[in-house]
Design a protein around this ligand. Structure first.
Ligand code: HEC
Ligand code: HEC
Ligand code: HEC
Ligand code: HEC
Length: 201
């Protein structure tokens, strides 16, 4: 009896490894339903190709499939929470594919109040470098006399603040064991995702 159970376990294990060896995401029905739910989308969002009436081509490549794999590789497998817990798609997406808010009416009061001017500027220069943007103006407006007005909210400033709260405050880079920085994800580029072009963009 013992031997029988053992053999079954080995067979199951091998079957499992075999089925999974060329996939990065869990492509079972449950796995795909879970990521659809995390993003609040239907299957066709990532699998737009149809072979013939009603039959979807799940193997066909698409930009959003590529982005989904990128997210799995760099974010889900590359980051953990500050308490060392692993994260999934739902950790960041919480039911929406696009959750980054650019609305300046959502701006919050500054949390840099306790920092010296020098410390703030050093931090800003680091963010600027991580995103590969040329000037402070990417996130800040200027007064009429040409001087920087760092207080007035702008869409990119709102996004940057949100990324601090949602990402750099809450996540560690598995490779270094240190808090994730803007550089961890951006690596010198403001935009780096493959996207499906939507009307109006
Ligand atoms: C956010 C994007 C996304 C959504 C939504 C999504 N998928 Fe996928 N799906 C992928 C990616 C990426 C792969 C390839 C995964 C891999 O190779 O590791 C994949 C692979 C698959 C495969 C395997 C195809 C093959 O190469 O053998 C099937 C079947 C599948 N998906 C079904 C579904 C179904 C059914 C739904 C809806 C419940 C769904 N997917 C929703 C991204 C998505
Ligand atoms: C650490 C946070 C984080 C995790 C974890 C994460 N994502 Fe994302 N994802 C983002 C951000 C930020 C965006 C940009 C959202 C926006 O523009 O509003 C994004 C965008 C996307 C997009 C493109 C949306 C569009 O319409 O252009 C897809 C597809 C996606 N993620 C899939 C996934 C999948 C699948 C997983 C899990 C395997 C995942 N993401 C895990 C942060 C994350
Ligand atoms: C990627 C976006 C981004 C770039 C680029 C950027 N900043 Fe900022 N800056 C912010 C954000 C976000 C805050 C507010 C942080 C907060 O709300 O706690 C801020 C706040 C400041 C503040 C403090 C004002 C306040 O309200 O607390 C100063 C001063 C400042 N930035 C200067 C600069 C300078 C100088 C540069 C160029 C070297 C620069 N910033 C580049 C996003 C940026
Ligand atoms: C967990 C990964 C992650 C971290 C950490 C992160 N970001 Fe992002 N950020 C993204 C993703 C994903 C996008 C969407 C990129 C795209 O559209 O190609 C994005 C977009 C942005 C954008 C909008 C770019 C545009 O032009 O649309 C700004 C501004 C930004 N991030 C600032 C920051 C700042 C500042 C930091 C550090 C405090 C930071 N981010 C940290 C993942 C991250």
């Amino acid at each position: 009896m013992k031997r029988f159970v053992f053999c079954c376990a080995v067979v199951l294990l091998c079957a499992d490894i075999h089925a999974d060896d060329h996939h990065i995401l869990d492509t079972s029905k449950e796995g795909m339903e879970a990521i659809s739910k995390a993003l609040g989308v239907k299957c066709q969002y990532c699998h737009p190709s149809v072979i013939e009436a009603g039959e979807r081509d799940y193997k066909a490549p698409s930009p959003l499939k590529k982005t989904a794999l990128y997210m799995k590789h760099h974010f889900v497998d590359g980051l953990v929470t500050t308490t060392g817990k692993s994260i999934d798609c739902a950790f960041c997406h919480t039911g929406t594919a696009r959750f980054v808010v650019r609305d300046t009416s959502a701006a919050k009061p500054s949390r840099l109040a306790g920092m010296s001017r020098g410390e703030i500027v050093a931090m800003m220069k680091e963010m600027q470098k991580a995103l590969g943007v040329k000037a402070c103006d990417y996130c800040h407006v200027r007064r009429r006399d040409g001087r920087l007005d760092p207080v007035t909210p702008t869409p990119n400033k709102v996004v940057a603040r949100m990324m601090m709260e949602k990402f750099t405050d809450r996540l560690l880079d598995i490779k270094t064991g240190k808090p994730a920085t803007c550089q961890t994800c951006h690596d010198g580029k403001a935009k780096f995702l493959e996207r499906e072009v939507k009307a109006g963009e």
